[in-house]
Design a protein around this ligand. Sequence first.
Ligand SMILES: *[C@@H]1O[C@H](CO)[C@@H](O)[C@H](O)[C@H]1NC(C)=O
Ligand SMILES: *[C@@H]1O[C@H](CO)[C@@H](O)[C@H](O)[C@H]1NC(C)=O
Ligand SMILES: *[C@@H]1O[C@H](CO)[C@@H](O)[C@H](O)[C@H]1NC(C)=O
Ligand SMILES: *[C@@H]1O[C@H](CO)[C@@H](O)[C@H](O)[C@H]1NC(C)=O
Length: 434
Amino acid sequence: IPSNTKSVRFYVQTKEPGVNYLIDDGELTQVQTLSQFASDANKGIDHNRKANLKISLSGSSYPSGIKVEIQQTRSEFGWGSAVNVNYIHDSSHKRYQDFFYDIFEWAVLENALKWPFLEYSKGNFQPGNAMNAINSMRVKGIKVRGHNIFWGGSDVVPSWQKSMSGSEFKPLLEKHMSDMAKTFRAKFQHWDVENENLHLHFYEDKLRDPHITEWMFREMHRIDPPTQRYLNDYSIVDGGQSTMAYVDQGMRFKSAGVPVSGMGIQSHLVGDIDISAIKRRLDEVAKVGYPIWITELDISQGDNHKKAQYYEDVMRLYFSHPAVKGVMFWGFWDGKHWRPQAALANGNNVTPNEAGKRVQQLLKHTWRTNESHNISHGQTVSIRAFKGSYKLLVHHNGKVIHTENFSLGQAGNTLKVNLSGSGSNPHVDNVLIG
Ligand SMILES: *[C@@H]1O[C@H](CO)[C@@H](O)[C@H](O)[C@H]1NC(C)=O
Ligand SMILES: *[C@@H]1O[C@H](CO)[C@@H](O)[C@H](O)[C@H]1NC(C)=O
Ligand SMILES: *[C@@H]1O[C@H](CO)[C@@H](O)[C@H](O)[C@H]1NC(C)=O
Ligand SMILES: *[C@@H]1O[C@H](CO)[C@@H](O)[C@H](O)[C@H]1NC(C)=O
């Protein structure tokens, strides 16, 4: 044990809570510092996030001097943020909305879906605010995570539930799942079914049922099969207190056939971060075998320069990791952030700070494909490009003579662009005749 160690924490889970255990022997292995983190992560990014694209021209006649341009319109990997329902919907907050839509393709409502917000008084279910925000984002192509159905902390459940008796709960929980599924049908990609369940067990206690969360997952699977169901918890990579407990929960749910679609890792980081430790903890959770979303990323750090570097490092780690499918920031603007020091933008103009500029650079340029190539008949242009959705534009003499959409997934893609077809673009025939 390193000499400067101040405390050691063990996690032990047993099936028989009445049995006491004494620790007899233990061994600590120090997590090795990653010596070439960035270059290794970049290899992972190339391997996991990119695929091969080949473009050639087909058909019989071609003008010379053709240029093909590909513009990535969407990333396969999910990048998103928590939003405030009023700020994202109300037209008076244009700068907030501009910052969001410029870089993000996924959203989660920070608070508005939580049960006390939807049903402040019993029986008075009011989804209107949440729905307005969800609809205004969805028409712009934003995908949304549903956060959350249940949050079983005794200080975060609706206050009217605290005095209710155990026997009243099962029908109540059933009705809430049904309300949520009916009201928000087909609006969300994911549900966070029972938030922070590793730490909180209000409903388990009320019902005297340690398996009530498994039941919630099964019920949501039954009443809303297409929407994926996520666990979501903290102290998994932000500190290691609950890492192995989460692994254990994931393994137990998996072997019991609970319909879990993936594991959410919150990632609320503070101060100085240790990328080697974060990677090690992430690797442990990945061993369970479920897809992972980083659901609530923020880094509270007063030094702007450090903050920018830390955001870049953790984004690079998460983006490179084969198990991680998406990253949600937990807010971006200091005017609406639970930890303003973690914000990417400040003040009334929502001005990006150093970290915000870094995030914009990574998401709009570094990890996005946008290229042009001259191409002639018989030639194949080969591009290693980020997976996602694309628009192809064919240029000739400064004019766009043909466009089409395509997607690039794991298998790659081979585009044979036929410029002799008529119909889709009236310029084509002119070019060929001319
Ligand atoms: C592409 O072709 C144009 C002329 O049509 C030329 O000016 C340019 O240098 C070419 N670009 C490359 C990379 O070959
Ligand atoms: C894509 O590249 C073109 C130049 O080829 C540039 O004008 C445009 O701003 C780029 N778009 C993005 C999102 O980087
Ligand atoms: C191509 O994709 C864009 C969205 O990026 C969409 O607006 C457009 O309708 C698509 N075009 C075709 C022909 O599918
Ligand atoms: C290209 O399009 C033309 C017109 O639609 C069609 O006659 C021709 O067979 C196509 N060629 C190829 C290689 O697909």
